[in-house]
Design a protein around this ligand. Structure first.
Ligand SMILES: N[C@@H](CCC(=O)N[C@@H](CS)C(=O)NCC(=O)O)C(=O)O
Length: 233
C-alpha cells in the first residue's frame, strides 16, 4: 500500500520539524519507506484534506492521519508484525507520557532558543508568517529571544536531567534498542542540528552525545542524511 508523508520544508531543502521526525523514524522502525512531500508554512492548504493545517500528515492508502501521536498509534495498530514502537499497552501509555513531557517541558525550553534560527532558514515567503506567529507565542520579538539565548540555554540544562539519568542506565531511552520514546526526544535534537550550529550538549554530556550519535546512525543514517549543521554530529 502506498504511503505518503507530508512534512515541513525550509531553505536548502531542510526538514526541521521535530513532529515530522517522530513520524519518519516511526515509519523506518516499522520498515516502511513513505513517499515524502515537503510543504512550506504558507502551503497549509496542501494538507487541508486532513481537516487541519499542520504536519505531519500520513496518507496510508485510503486512510488519512494527522498528528504525530496518532500516526505512531496507527502504525503500531496496523503493522503489528513489524517491530513494536511501544512494546505493549504499558509502553504505549509511558510513551504518551514522554510525548507530553517533550511537548510541554523540553520544547518549552528549546523552542525559544531555536526560533530565531528557524526564522533565518525559513523560506523567504514564509518568514513574515513564522515571525508573526512565533513572536505572538513567545510574547517577544525574535531579536529579544536572540539576546536572551545564553540565559535560555542555561535554563535548558536542568530540563535534560531525566535524559541524563536514563542514558546512564541503558543505551537508549527505551532500553537496549530504540523505540518511540527515543524518536520523541530525538526529534528535538534533529530540529536543533537542522537549523543551527549551536551544540546543545556540552563536552561533558557523554551519554547524551553517544545516544544522539546512535540515533543519527539508525536506519542507514536516515536522520544524518538531511541537510544540517555538523556541529551536533
Ligand atoms: N500535535 C501535533 C503538532 C504538529 C505541529 O505543530 N506541526 C508543526 C510542524 S512545523 C506545524 O505544522 N506548524 C504549523 C504552523 O506553525 O503554522 C503533532 O504532534 O503532530
Amino acid at each position: 500500500m502506498a504511503l505518503l508523508l507530508y512534512e515541513r520544508l525550509c531553505a536548502d531543502d531542510r526538514r526541521p520539524s521535530p513532529f515530522c521526525w517522530r513520524a519518519r523514524l516511526a515509519l523506518a522502525h516499522k520498515g516502511l519507506a513513505p513517499e515524502l512531500r515537503a510543504i512550506k508554512f504558507t502551503e497549509s492548504d496542501e494538507v487541508a484534506f486532513s481537516g487541519q493545517s499542520r504536519v505531519p500528515v500520513l496518507v496510508d492508502g485510503a486512510t488519512v492521519i494527522h498528528d504525530s501521536w496518532a500516526i505512531a498509534c496507527h502504525l503500531e495498530d496496523n503493522y503489528p508484525e513489524a517491530p513494536s514502537l511501544f512494546d505493549g499497552p504499558g509502553g504505549r501509555a509511558l510513551s504518551r507520557l514522554v510525548n507530553h513531557w517533550v511537548d510541554h517541558s523540553l520544547q518549552r525550553a528549546l523552542a525559544p532558543v531555536l526560533a530565531p534560527y528557524v526564522l533565518a532558514l525559513a523560506l523567504p515567503e514564509d518568514r513574515s508568517y513564522y515571525r508573526r506567529t512565533r513572536e505572538a507565542k513567545f510574547g517577544m520579538t525574535m531579536e529579544q529571544l536572540a539576546v536572551r539565548r545564553p540565559a535560555l540555554l542555561e535554563a535548558l540544562h536542568p530540563v535534560l536531567e531525566p535524559l541524563r539519568q536514563r542514558l546512564a542506565e541503558t543505551p537508549f531511552l527505551c532500553g537496549e534498542r530504540p523505540a518511540y520514546a527515543d524518536y520523541l526526544v530525538f526529534g528535538e535534537f534533529q530540529l536543533a542540528r537542522s537549523v543551527c550550529d549551536v551544540d546543545l550538549l556540552g563536552a561533558e554530556e557523554e551519554a547524551l552525545r553517544n545516544w544522539r550519535t546512535c540515533m543519527l546512525d539508525l536506519y542507514d543514517g536516515l536522520a544524518r542524511s538531511i541537510t544540517a549543521f555538523e556541529t551536533a554530529a
